[in-house]
Design a protein. Sequence first.
Length: 274
Amino acid sequence: KQWYQRRVRAFEQCIPHLIIDTDDFLRKLPVTVSKNITLVAVDIVALYPSIDNNLGIEALEFWFTKFPNKFLKSFDKDFGINLIKFIQDNVYLTFNENIYKQEEGTAMGKQHAPPYANLVIAYLIIQKLFPSLEKNYGANCRKHIEKTLKLFLDDGFALLDESIISREDLLHELNKMDAKIQFTMEHSKNEIPFLDVLVKLEHNIYDASTYKIETDIYHKPTDSFNYFPFKSCAPGHITRNIPYNLTRRIVKIVSNERKRKIRFDELPVLCVDT
C-alpha cells in the first residue's frame, strides 16, 4: 500500500482543483473579488466508505489512460488496476476481537486511501460535473467553477458568483455525480472556514465595487489548545517547535496587521504551562 501510494500520488499533480495544504490554499486565494461572490464550503459525507469499488477502478483506468507516463514505466495499466483491485478486495478490520472484511468503500487510515479518494472525486468532477455544468448552464459557468472550485479530500471551497450559478444549483450538480457520494454545503456573505483558515469578505476602501479577502486562523469549537508542556519528557525539538510553528502559523495565515498583533498577544497565554 505504501508503494502504491507513492505511485498514485503522481497523478495528483494533474488535478488543477486539488489543494495540497494551507499554504497552497492561501496562494490560490485572490486579493479582491466581485460583490456577487458568496463564500461556499462543501463537505462529502463519509467519503471513504462511500466510494464504490467499481467507481474506483473506473476512475483509475481514466487516469492511467490519460497520463500513462505518470505510473512507473516498468509497469503497465493492467498491473496498476489489478493491484488496486487486490488492495480493495483485502481490507480487514477488527472490532471486539472479531475480524471483519470491508465489502464496500476504501479503508480509512490506510496510506493509499487519500490519493485514491482524490483521484476518484477528481474523475467525477472532470468527467461528470464540468460537462453537466456546460450543458445546463453554459460554457461560462463551467469555466467559473473550473477556476473557483478547490478540494482537499472531502472538503471543498469556492468563491461562487451567484450571477452565474446559484449555490442550490451547484449543490444539485455535485450530488448527481454519483448516488453514493453526497455533498453538504455551507455558505456566507461574511466569513466561512476552510481547513484551518477563516476566509472573510471585507469592504474594499479602494474599490467599492469589490470585496477584499482577509484571512484569519480558524479554531474548531472543540479545540482544547492542549500542547505538550515545555518541561515534559517529549524530545526537545518537539517542545521547541510548538511555539515556533504556532508563531509561523499566525504570520502565514493572518492577513490583517491589527488582527495579527492580537493573535501574537494571545500566543503566550496558550503556551504557558498549566
